[in-house]
Ligand binder design. Structure first.
Ligand code: F6P
Length: 569
């Protein structure tokens, strides 16, 4: 689909962003609305859930031959079958009633128009602006952000093209053969996941490496495999202060300078920065000309669409990176325009909430039947768990119901031989998302047919189960069934459809966060660990244990006193 077509009727629905009307407002300090569980819609869902717990999907399918097609949505060839869920039309009506009561549509408009819905950090949430066309207008604090977005995209295009076509040269005039992205969390998981997912499109000469862990093994093993004269380091950090990233970046810089006998002129040819923090980038020694910026309204876990996507643009080429953005924009448009009843992110978000809050489901499995998507579960863990892993709402009130689920997963069919046993016969209800692509870029024998047969078999087995009679009267072999799942299916897992899928999950997380009343866009929960790690580091030289609990003190002593002898080995 052309850009133009995608951009007709773009969000927001009221056209405010298109018209150039000022859209930035702060959330008004009015009395907080009721919490979702104080609303009559929540009570109605609770009562309905009691009834649905005695309903088997087998019967729902038997009574409705159209169920498999009625409960499915197709957006530009991205197909979502949500029929294998413990739900009826009444369930959906009640869930959508709750979404409306919680003003999901209002919050959606606030996000797309740049209102500062990240209230604890007083920031807009505008990763969606990163995939909008240049002619749109989206204002933050009275300034249209779109020229900045497209200026950076233009610079990313030039830079990634030059690395790919060999005009970007290292200090000794050699082409780049290895790109090392140094970053962590959102500055690693997104670009890493996408580069792996789209490996069939990768540049033949350029190997991509992703170093995240502060464990020296990660950078050390990477450096052993590369040549300083043909390596480009991308230091990816929104804040440019993250301990792990800065430690790895310093090690990489020392390694490079060591090779060039300390000649700092080499840095400009081998280092670029992807960040919001220009002074820190300069302090590190990276030229501003090699810095690709983004703004604080891009959350780390939503940043692969920004300059943080540079490794993607280098690996698959800028045009395909653009297709990724276009796919995400198509999903944005669907999210903003489709009625809630036929809206993929809304339906998936509501079904997730249904099981989490009314069936006690604690986790969700992400099961891509696509080896290239092997980092998707890890990526979605951060996207979902760092966003909705919270118990206090945006007004500071403690919530009385469970929120973000535990996400886990592995590519199929590997997971089938590992943890599926528990999903089929264990005590926990674990809703699953199966993801598959009908075509493959690695056509080898009948492998793809085998893979696709498995992805059809598993949701069916989870739904139907197997009765005692069909199990030879052996209770060990009985499957209760009635285990819910969604199937996401595309013709090709190309950049466009991958972009759609990532945006789908982003909006699913948004839907749940808005109904629960959370702020999905901060992450105060990761701060305490960072502060305490600094505290321990400060105690290191003096081996100072004052104020530590007895367990931490003993562990610290054992580590501290034996550390040097291990270092010396
Ligand atoms: O883990 C906390 C966190 O702030 C993530 O949200 C973020 O993606 C990551 O650290 C990395 O942050 P930065 O890009 O600033 O280095």
């Amino acid at each position: 689909m052309s850009n133009e077509a995608v951009n007709q009727n773009i969000p927001p629905k009221n056209g405010a962003a298109k018209s150039g009307k000022k859209t930035t407002k702060t959330v008004k300090k009015t009395p907080p609305p009721p919490m979702p569980d104080e609303r009559p819609e929540w009570g109605a869902l609770g009562r309905h859930a009691q009834k649905m717990k005695n309903t088997h999907m087998r019967d729902l399918f038997a009574n409705d031959p159209e169920r498999g097609t009625r409960y499915a949505i197709d957006v530009e060839g991205f197909y979502c079958d949500f029929s294998k869920n413990i739900m009826t039309d009444e369930t959906l009506d009640l869930l959508i009633g709750l979404a409306r009561a919680c003003d999901l549509e209002g919050w959606r408009e606030k996000m797309f128009t740049g209102e500062k819905i990240n209230v604890t950090e007083n920031r807009a949430v505008l990763h969606t602006a990163l995939r909008r066309p240049a002619e749109d207008i989206v204002e933050v604090d009275g300034e249209n952000v779109m020229p900045f977005v497209h200026e950076v995209l233009g610079r990313m295009q030039q830079f990634s093209d030059s690395v790919r076509n060999g005009t970007w040269r290292g200090f000794t005039d050699k082409e780049v053969t290895d790109v090392v992205n140094i970053g962590i969390g959102g500055s690693d998981l997104g670009p890493y996941m996408v580069c792996e997912a789209l490996k069939p499109f990768a540049h033949e000469r350029i190997r991509m490496h992703f170093v995240s862990n502060v464990d020296g093994a990660h950078i050390d093993e990477t450096l052993k495999a590369i040549n300083p004269e043909t390596t480009l380091f991308l230091i990816a950090s929104k804040t440019f202060t993250t301990q792990e990233t800065m430690a790895n970046a310093q090690t990489a810089k020392s390694w490079l300078l060591n090779h060039y006998s300390g000649d700092t002129a080499a840095i400009a040819k081998h280092f670029a920065a992807l960040s919001t923090n220009e002074p820190a980038v300069q302090d590190f020694g990276i030229d501003s000309a090699n810095m690709f910026p983004f703004k604080d309204w891009v959350g780390g876990r939503y940043s692969l669409w920004s300059a943080i996507g540079m490794p993607i643009a280098i690996s698959i080429g800028f045009d395909r990176f653009r297709q990724l953005l276009d796919g995400a924009h198509a999903m944005d448009r669907h999210f903003c325009e489709a009625p809630l009843e036929r809206n993929m992110p809304v339906i998936l978000g509501l079904l997730g909430l249904w099981y989490r809050c009314f069936f006690g489901a604690q986790s969700t499995a992400i099961l891509p039947y696509d080896q290239h998507l092997h980092r998707l579960p890890a990526y979605l863990q951060q996207a979902d768990m760092e966003s909705n892993g919270k118990q206090v709402d945006r007004y500071g009130r403690r919530l009385r119901f469970p929120t973000g689920p535990i996400l886990f997963g592995e590519p199929g069919t590997n997971g089938q031989h590992a943890f599926y046993q528990l999903i089929h016969q264990g005590a926990a209800l674990i809703p699953c998302d199966f993801i598959a692509s009908i075509s493959t870029r690695n056509p080898v024998g009948n492998h793809h047919q085998l893979l696709l047969s498995n992805v059809l078999a598993q949701p069916r087995a989870l739904m139907n189960g197997r009765s005692l009679a069909d199990s030879g009267k052996d209770p060990q072999k009985v499957f209760e069934g009635n285990r819910p799942s969604n199937v996401l299916l595309v013709d090709h897992m190309d950049p466009y459809h991958l972009g759609m899928m990532i945006a789908l999950y982003e909006h699913k997380i948004f839907v749940q966060g808005m109904i629960w009343g959370l702020n999905p866009y901060d992450q105060w929960g990761v701060e305490l660990g960072k502060v305490l790690a600094k505290d321990v580091l400060g105690r290191w030289d003096e081996a100072q244990c004052d104020g530590l609990d007895s367990s931490t003190a003993e562990l610290f002593k054992r580590i501290r006193f034996r550390f040097q002898s291990w270092q010396d080995l």
